[in-house]
Design a protein around this ligand. Structure first.
Ligand code: ATP
Ligand code: MG
Ligand code: FE
Length: 336
């Protein structure tokens, strides 16, 4: 089964061909980071226009790199949401056109289900499992009892972790996106400026990052007003330690309480080396298998969409040609 998948939810235009939900035949990603850098963040109208310019070529390239032809495809999958509506629409129209033209089933995919199932491209999954989803727009703990059944047991009440990374990066004068730069500075730094931890209620799996972000901004502003120089790396390390300590502790507690056979890391911030290292240590101590995607499958890509689409394919749960891009699509409602 060859599924051609298209992902255009934010600022990556990507197409991939995934065999049986597990084998990557091709995964072509065109990032718009260079375009958005000068604005310090993603500009929706610019993103949408660039998707239009790139998507056709990316799809052709994914088929060529897979060494296949259109006639070999079994289905067309596309990110239905969540994401930027103008960006989602471009992928949606491309997918519908291709499915219609070739007479193929169409499968709408939840972007976060994609991030989680990126793990299936490199690992054998065992259920029940718990996934820590940590990305630019989401930070949540998801309980997956069986393939494709999603239950969110905790989520951020304000900013997503990636959003906090990027805002702190901006305040430190780092290039967009700040996440990878903060990660590098934090690992290099010999010292850390201590930052608060948002544990919330003792039994809660929810997160909050806006207080931490404000604390970091306050430290930066105070130093500026007093004319003191501040080591960006000390700030980066203090911030990163606070994020990691809280998300790692909550993810482990959830895995324990829900009897997870595996803990899966997913989303763009799963590329964070500090987080991967720390979770690796904690899981080793507990004898809990930790599954992490390779860096290229952590940030947005279409192969992960092809992996998740296979859940629906196996059950014959196709989408109709009336499917609409849904910026607010709920993960639980997408469960198989
Ligand atoms: P969502 O998946 O929630 O819709 P998104 O698709 O925009 O959001 P992703 O592409 O999954 O987000 O992830 C991008 C985020 O990952 C950015 O905020 C970026 O700073 C962050 N990121 C990437 N690498 C790292 C890293 N090494 N450390 C921390 N953050 C990182
Ligand atoms: Mg992105
Ligand atoms: Fe994403």
């Amino acid at each position: 089964v060859y599924i051609l998948a298209i992902e255009t939810s934010c600022d990556e235009t990507s197409a991939a061909i995934v065999e049986n939900g597990r084998i990557i035949r091709s995964n072509v990603v065109s990032s718009q980071i260079e375009t958005h850098k000068r604005f310090g963040g993603v500009v929706p109208e610019v993103a949408s226009r660039q998707h239009v310019e790139t998507v056709t070529w990316i799809i052709e390239e994914s088929i060529r790199q897979a060494g296949l032809t259109l006639g070999d495809l079994s289905a067309v999958a596309v990110t239905q949401g969540p994401g930027l509506v103008g960006s989602l629409l471009v992928g949606m129209i491309a997918a519908k056109s291709l499915a219609f033209m070739q007479g193929l089933p169409l499968i709408g995919v939840h972007h976060i289900a994609g991030h989680i199932y990126a793990n299936q491209l490199v690992h054998e999954l065992e259920y029940p499992l718990v996934s820590l989803v940590i990305s630019g727009g989401h930070t949540e703990i998801v309980y997956v009892e069986s393939p494709g059944s999603f239950r969110i047991i905790g989520q951020t009440r304000d900013d997503a972790a990636g959003e906090a990374y990027d805002k702190v990066g901006r305040a430190l004068g780092l290039p967009y996106p700040g996440g990878p730069h903060i990660d590098r500075l934090a690992l290099e730094s010999a010292a850390a400026i201590s930052m608060p931890r948002a544990w919330l209620e003792p039994d809660s799996y929810d997160f909050s990052f806006s207080g931490l972000k404000s604390a970091v901004l306050a430290v930066i502003n105070q130093a500026r007003m007093k004319g003191q120089t501040l080591e960006a790396s000390h700030v980066a390390r203090g911030f990163q330690e606070s994020v990691i300590e809280v998300v790692a502790a909550k993810a482990l507690r959830a895995a324990e309480e829900y009897g997870a056979k595996q803990l899966l890391l997913a989303g763009g911030v799963a590329a964070n080396r500090g987080l991967r290292n720390r979770l690796g240590e904690l899981c080793l101590e507990r004898g809990l298998p930790l599954l992490v995607p390779p860096l290229s499958l952590c940030t947005d890509n279409a192969a992960m969409i092809g992996a998740a689409a296979f859940l629906k394919w196996e059950r014959g749960q196709y989408s109709s040609m009336e499917m609409k891009a849904d910026p607010q699509l709920k993960l639980e409602s997408w469960s198989v």
